[in-house]
Design a protein around this ligand. Structure first.
Ligand code: FES
Length: 288
């Protein structure tokens, strides 16, 4: 984790109220992995605006740049839209635990809802670079909210669902998942809590419904894999990236806690934001 000065290279509004900004931050571009995030200080010194967490949308070690994708939803995010190329901001990162891809997985299913695209976008790059096949299921309210195809690698199969049916499948992105379950070796999701709950329910019943074994499960024993470890995430069929509100983003304020099935509180900023889906108690109270 480092605190760096990140220089804005480019900013554009890619969708109504949604911005893509590219920053020159070589230390973050080379040291980050898909699923991690940065915590950024705004220039609003009134005390009312906290640092903001952003998923690392893309990271390019060759150019030393990272990008963030965000929606303007208040004073803090609005402030970022007034930045101009050449402006430098404080960026802390990379933070959080990344997605873990099993080395044997060739077919990755990415599932994103709305701004959850930013949580899985970088994984598409990493997977393509490593020679894997990627299908990305994306859900949005309507065509005007659909992430532009031109911003994805050509190799990605991109399948869209919209709530109003204005483009792609008419319905939720989760409706699309069953058609890809048999193809996928692993799945990775980021989006609103109801979406994550729905895909986690599907994943929980997948082995039973499809009669498939979990990756890496040894018959008759084998070494126990500690819950919450990178190895546990790597063996899971579904990993989720949680979009919790954050205060400190470094594990101190407990403002981002979710409950694990073990009964242990998990700080999304430290133990997450990526979890194996079966680590999370989806039906329990998260104390928010
Ligand atoms: S945001 Fe403060 S502990 Fe996670």
């Amino acid at each position: 984790m480092r605190l760096v000065g990140a220089e804005l290279i480019e900013a554009r509004e890619i969708l109504p109220g949604q911005w893509l900004q590219t920053y020159h931050a070589p230390a973050l571009a080379t040291g980050s992995r898909a699923g991690q995030f940065v915590h950024v200080r705004t220039g609003d010194l009134s005390g009312f605006v906290l640092r903001r967490p952003f998923s690392i949308n893309t990271a390019d070690a060759a150019t030393g740049t990272i990008s963030i994708h965000f929606r303007t939803i208040g004073r803090g995010t609005e402030w970022f839209t007034h930045l101009r190329p050449g402006d430098v901001i404080d960026m802390l990162g990379p933070l959080g635990r990344p997605f873990e891809v099993d080395p044997r997985s060739q077919h990755l299913l990415l599932i994103a809802g709305g701004l959850g695209m930013a949580g899985v976008r970088s994984l598409a790059d990493e997977a393509i670079r490593d020679g894997r096949q990627v299908t990305l299921l994306f859900g949005a309210a309507s065509a005007r909210d659909v992430y532009p195809t031109a911003l994805l690698p050509d190799e990605v199969e991109y399948v869209i669902a919209t709530d109003d049916g204005s483009v792609g499948h008419h319905g939720y992105v989760t409706d699309l998942v069953p058609a890809y379950e048999a193809w996928a070796d692993q799945a990775f999701a980021c989006g609103p809590e109801p979406m994550l709950k729905a895909v986690s329910r599907l994943a929980a019943t997948r082995s039973h419904r499809m009669g498939v074994a979990k990756l890496g499960r040894k018959r008759g024993g084998g070494k126990a894999i500690p819950a919450g470890s990178p190895a546990a995430r790597r063996k899971a069929f579904l990993q989720v990236s949680m979009e919790q509100r954050m205060g400190c983003a470094v594990g101190a304020c407990l403002g981002c806690v979710v409950m694990a099935t073990s009964g242990t509180p998990q700080r999304v900023c430290r133990e997450g934001p990526v979890f194996a889906s079966d680590e999370i108690d989806w039906e329990g109270s998260w104390g928010r």
